[in-house]
Design a protein around this ligand. Structure first.
Ligand SMILES: Nc1ncnc2c1ncn2[C@@H]1O[C@H](COP(=O)(O)OP(=O)(O)OP(=O)(O)O)[C@@H](O)[C@H]1O
Length: 296
């Protein structure tokens, strides 16, 4: 069994005319897992996903998908990658059946049976024109085309955003089924924090173009604790303290040090995934990182 990361980035960065969209991104995604990429609007998620699939060229650093660069080894690497863009563009004049035929003619591994079966199950008629389908149906067609390509890495930019709750659940089941059947690796961006734990086992949090947290979700939750105790002053330079808040009499601290003994009089509570992600997103950008890069 291969232990090669499905996606590896090293100091990856992308600069547009107005500034950096992604900086100093070093990541490894484990194969055969579902990873979520979360962060606020403008954080750099789409930029990272487009770099991963070879649609953008890095300004700095490198990206590898299953050991190959999508930028330099285009044909071979791209047959192994499925990508669903945020606006899931489809040829609007094509019928769904035309799109399946087109998919088959462009991809040697295309599984026409799987695609037709999934669309029929979802009640999407093959004779309908793509432009006449609802937004949610169009995104289901686009997702089906990406899945039918039988990629090793499936990259999805906000696939949940146009789906209703039933369709979201079906989507989650489909992803988990595909991962279990074929050791597919999935990376998808999402704002739906409360739904992530059900479908993902790995998390990447990005803010201001930088990765601020990444890892296996279970381990991340086990490594963090919410400490509650009598009000105290806190050392803001302590890197294990992620966030501090005070009420009149109490101090609450989110810390990354699960194994440290709790101070008498303090309570240590587990932290939820939403709470953890939001605490990292509320942290101010690291001004030292900028200095470090300028002097490097
Ligand atoms: N083609 C482009 N030209 C110039 N700047 C861009 C371009 N694409 C993205 N940016 C800028 O890069 C930054 C990151 O954008 P990106 O689309 O990656 O964010 P995002 O996290 O996907 O946001 P959202 O959640 O809103 O989709 C933003 O400041 C954006 O304005």
């Amino acid at each position: 069994m291969t232990t090669q990361p499905a996606l590896r980035t090293q100091n990856l960065g992308k600069r547009y005319r107005k500034g950096w969209a992604l900086r100093d991104c070093t990541l490894e995604l484990p194969p055969g897992r579902v990873s979520a990429l979360v962060g606020p609007n403008g954080a750099g998620k789409t930029t990272l996903l487009r770099l991963a699939v070879g649609l953008l060229t890095p300004t700095t650093g490198s990206v590898e998908v299953l050991g190959e660069s999508p930028a330099t080894n285009t044909v071979r690497a791209l047959t192994r990658i499925g990508f669903l863009a945020q606006d899931h563009p489809l040829y609007r004049q094509f019928t769904v059946a035309d799109l399946l035929r087109f998919g088959r003619s462009c991809n040697v591994r295309f599984d026409h049976e799987l695609a037709a079966r999934r669309l029929t199950r979802l009640g999407i008629p093959l004779h309908a024109r793509a432009g006449a389908l609802s937004g949610g149906q169009q995104s289901q067609v686009a997702l089906t085309l990406a899945l039918a390509k039988r990629p090793d890495l499936l990259v999805l930019d906000e696939p949940l955003s146009s789906l209703d709750p039933l369709a979201r659940q079906e989507f989650q089941r489909t992803l988990m089924g595909a991962v279990a059947d074929s050791r597919l690796t999935v990376l998808f961006s999402s704002h739906a924090l409360h739904e992530l734990e059900r479908v993902c086992d790995h998390l990447v949090v990005i803010n201001h173009g930088r990765v601020v947290l990444a890892g296996d979700i279970e381990s991340l939750l086990a490594e963090h604790r919410l400490l509650v105790g009598p009000r105290v002053g806190t050392d803001h330079r302590d890197p294990s303290v992620i966030e501090v808040s005070h009420s009149d009499r109490h101090t609450t601290m989110l810390v990354r040090q699960a194994a440290t003994p709790v101070i008498p009089g303090w309570q240590a509570n587990p932290v939820g995934l939403d709470e953890l992600v939001l605490a990292y997103l509320r942290r101010p950008a690291d001004p030292d990182a900028e200095d470090r890069e300028q002097t490097a």
